[in-house]
Ligand binder design. Structure first.
Ligand SMILES: Cc1cn([C@H]2C[C@H](O)[C@@H](COP(=O)(O)OP(=O)(O)OP(=O)(O)O)O2)c(=O)[nH]c1=O
Length: 198
């Protein structure tokens, strides 16, 4: 049974290699737009499911497809990737000296070549406490080029790591793919018998 990762993220690809299964990557093309009354949990869950299913629907043969999505929830607001320097700077000022939640969902779907037979999704929430940041630090961080493709504009695994005082939850979920939950979902599908052993 072929395993596919529905992602353009180099971080997710690297993390999935740690689960020791051969896989291929395909980029999901979905619109990321939150519904007016959709809360952060529902939104991040829907996006992971849509990514997995978008890639599954292109396949001729049976496969398992993994999709994932990461966003930041802070005081009732959802923070996604920065659209500009101004947007980035505004998000960093909001997070400065505060604790925010990183929400990452991972969805696995089993495609039989014609339809989605089964789909399971896990949502992982991690608390991240940021140090108080000066405008100089925020500006210098923007100059590294790291923020632009990351939720809320920071990467805990890179230069952004020095802003993180404490985390409670899954480090790997913050980087983009919760390893424990992904392993559990894959095992569940592998054990059902519907899906052949590789
Ligand atoms: C908070 C945080 C996010 N991120 C990344 C993880 C995700 O790649 C990205 C959030 O954007 P996503 O929309 O979840 O993913 P993506 O567009 O990068 O990739 P895909 O093709 O799978 O949709 O932010 C980090 O790398 N480090 C961090 O500390």
């Amino acid at each position: 049974m072929r395993l596919l990762l529905a992602s353009s993220s180099p971080r997710r690809r690297e993390l999935l290699t740690l689960l020791h299964r051969p896989f291929d990557c395909e980029v999901p093309e979905i619109e990321e737009l939150r519904g007016a009354h959709e809360n952060a949990d529902d939104y991040v869950t829907r996006l992971a499911e849509e990514k997995a299913q978008a890639v599954a629907q292109r396949q001729q043969a049976p496969c398992l497809v993994i999709g994932s999505d990461t966003l930041i929830s802070f005081q009732g607001q959802v923070l996604e990737k920065p659209e500009s320097y101004e947007h980035f700077s505004q998000m960093m000022k909001q997070l400065s000296g505060q604790t925010h939640q990183v929400l990452t969902s991972v969805s696995v779907c089993y495609w039989n070549g014609h339809s989605v037979v089964a789909s399971e999704t896990a949502l992982v929430t991690t608390q991240v406490e940021f140090a108080a940041l000066s405008q100089e630090e925020i500006d210098a961080y923007w100059e590294t080029g790291e923020p632009h493709d990351k939720a809320a504009g920071y990467g805990i695994q890179g230069y952004g790591g020095k802003f993180v005082k404490r985390i409670e939850g899954s480090y790997f979920a913050v980087v983009g793919l919760p390893l424990y939950e992904t392993e559990q979902l894959l095992r569940m599908f592998e054990m059902t018998g519907e899906v052949d052993e590789r």
